[in-house]
Design a protein around this ligand. Structure first.
Ligand SMILES: [Zn+2]
Length: 235
């Protein structure tokens, strides 16, 4: 049997009477496929947004047509309680613009994070955003003040902005706007290797929300557009 492809369903749009156009994220980037006769058929549930599927396709002059579909993971237990976290991640992936043929780093990180959304979901949103920004070439220096160029120590009061981190004393601000524990979390996540580790970092929800808030800000700056599903995250 022909080797199947693998991908996660990002988006599903009605097409003609009974078909859908699916956008999938795969290790080789995003693709669109036509799924025939699925609006009422048995295959409908197979093709829910967020499902990780194995599939085959046939080439046509237009979009390729989806043939075999096997669910690898529907993340049903996560969708039950944390579906909006999945939707958030899928929205971010939909915004990635570049035409790369190798997206395996972002792909593997996405699957890893979705699988772990059950516990401390905000932590895995942070991990995904931080890794995604890094893979997209956005470098956030967490160690050096972007004004004086000297090291940021754990006891310094810090200011974070779209330019990066700086000492409070190097700015005109009167108060720090990020907690040092939050910076510790950002450092931890930047070093984190999804192939080797489990996240071992206990952190208060306040710091998680703060980290996520700034990572979303950096991400929205990078995409120059809002991530709409942020409203469901309560941050
Ligand atoms: Zn400084």
């Amino acid at each position: 049997m022909h080797n199947l492809y693998e991908g996660i369903i990002l988006r599903s749009t009605d097409y003609k009477d009974n078909d859908k156009i699916l956008t999938l994220f795969t290790r080789t980037g995003k693709i669109s496929l036509i799924a025939k006769s699925v609006k009422n058929g048995k295959r409908q549930n197979l093709l829910d947004i967020g499902n990780l599927i194995s599939y085959n396709k046939v080439k046509t002059k237009g979009l390729d047509i989806l043939t075999t579909v096997i669910i690898k993971n529907s993340f049903a237990n996560i969708k039950e309680t944390n579906s909006f976290y999945i939707l958030f991640l899928l929205e971010v992936v939909l915004k990635i613009q570049r035409d790369s043929t190798d997206e395996s780093l972002i792909y593997n990180t996405l699957i890893f994070c979705i699988k772990h959304l059950e516990n401390t979901p905000k932590l895995y949103l942070c991990l995904f955003l931080e890794k995604m920004l890094y893979y997209e070439g956005v470098f956030i220096d967490l160690y050096i003040c972007n004004i004086c160029g000297e090291e940021l120590s754990n006891t310094n009061k810090i200011i974070i902005s779209s330019e990066g981190l700086s000492h409070l004393r190097c700015t005109n601000f009167s108060e720090s706007n990020i907690d040092n524990t939050t910076i510790k979390l950002l450092k931890y996540l930047s070093m984190f290797d999804i192939d080797k580790n489990k996240v071992k970092f206990s952190i208060d929800d306040i710091n998680l929300k703060e980290a996520l808030f700034y990572l979303i800000l950096f991400t929205e700056n990078f995409f120059s557009s809002k991530i709409k599903s942020t409203v469901y995250l309560n941050i």
